[in-house]
Design a protein around this ligand. Structure first.
Ligand SMILES: [Zn+2]
Length: 373
């Protein structure tokens, strides 16, 4: 039900070597269809990530294909496919046709949400939120995750806030929030090794808010974390001003935000003699807009249990310095990872249901946005 619809998916699934890791993947259903078309497609079901790799090596839980299985070329039910990780710089076209002109290009290692599939092509959204088609063979197709109590099956989408010309908050010493967010996100991915982890942003480039939320939605993420640091008027405090923003009408998001906040806040509060700053609002929080839905676009537009993490105030000179230190980054990352693991292993993620929201207009993109290549 997420991403692609089974009615549009009529492919023969060939066995294709995973170029990134040399592992073969075979996923396919048994049904046949008169509309089957030829397409070489690699599908992965498990994607542990390395510490700093954008979206790292691909593995598969599926058994290695036998020659008989390969020659049979079973038809694939690709309704469970949520995204594609490109394996080379790829041209995005306005139609599923190699003769169609290019609307943009997107680089290797970037994971794009898939909203439709047709004849060996998949419809994607680029980070600059340009819609178009790429061949399924241009990357590795990623199966969606979902509600699970298994860390191995869990899909976590990590969203390093801001990017590119949109730096996020800038500290007094010039530290940009986008960089801190990405560093912490990479540590978080390392802490979640063993689960399947995907990034909305892997470098210093612009990424639309809708793109971020859509990737979590089409991947049917078990949990979605948008990693940020705070900025704004503060007062001196005896404790850190950590915030975790939840989806206003989602009980699983509320549970997740509570877990995230408790883990990060309690770990940071162990640091003594720190001149913390804070606002009146700390804790797990919700911010509705005038319509009663979520004020924050990534929360409003993600169907997955989602949380925005605002650990410290980067506009405060002392906390800006702290945020550059590896132990503080590790505390924030491991606090988030521990919350994610508890959310799954306690059975709360298994009980979650998709958050039904209406897609709004996007935001956070400059008019001259350039996709990463
Ligand atoms: Zn931010």
């Amino acid at each position: 039900m997420f991403g692609v619809r089974s009615g549009t998916l009529e492919w023969i699934l060939a066995v294709v070597a995973c170029a990134a890791c040399g592992i073969f993947a075979l996923v396919g259903g048994a049904q046949s269809s008169p509309g089957l078309r030829k397409a070489g497609v690699t599908v992965t079901t498990a994607v542990p990530t390395a510490s700093t790799a954008p979206v790292a090596a691909f593995a598969t839980k599926e058994p290695a294909p036998t020659e008989a299985a390969a020659s049979a070329k079973p038809a694939a039910d690709l309704s469970h496919i949520g995204a594609i990780t490109l394996r080379h710089t790829t041209t995005v076209r306005p139609a599923p046709d190699a003769r169609a002109h290019a609307v943009t290009q997107v680089g290797s290692g970037i994971t794009l949400p898939i909203t439709q599939a047709k004849g060996g092509w998949v419809k994607v959204l680029s980070p600059c939120e340009i819609t178009g088609w790429v061949r399924a063979t241009d990357g590795t197709l990623i199966t969606a995750g979902g509600e699970t109590s298994s860390l191995q099956q869990a899909v976590f989408v990590i969203d390093p806030g801001h990017g590119g010309t949109e730096s996020g908050a800038v500290g007094p010493d010039g530290v940009q929030e986008q960089d801190v967010n990405l560093q912490i996100s990479r540590r978080l991915a390392a802490d979640l090794a063993g689960s399947r982890v995907y990034f909305t942003r892997t470098g210093r480039y612009n990424v639309g808010l809708r793109f971020r939320a859509l990737l979590a939605s089409t991947l049917h993420a078990t949990a979605f974390f948008s990693m940020h640091e705070n900025s704004g008027p503060t007062i001196p405090s005896r404790r850190p001003g950590t915030q975790a923003w939840r989806q206003v009408k989602s009980a699983p998001s509320a549970s997740l935000a509570s877990l995230v906040w408790k883990n990060i806040y309690s770990s940071l509060a162990r640091y003594r003699h720190v001149p913390w700053v804070s606002t009146a609002k700390i804790g797990p929080l919700a911010r509705p807009n005038t319509k009663g839905t979520d004020y924050y676009a990534v929360l409003r537009e993600s169907t997955a249990p989602s949380v925005i993490v605002e650990s410290l105030f980067i506009n405060n000179k002392f906390e800006e310095r702290m945020l550059q230190k590896s132990d503080i980054q590790d505390v924030i990352a491991s606090g988030t990872a521990n919350a994610a693991k508890t959310f799954v292993t306690s059975g709360q993620a298994a009980k979650a249901r998709p958050y039904h929201v209406k897609m709004d207009k996007s935001g956070g993109l400059p008019s001259n946005c350039t996709d990463p290549i």
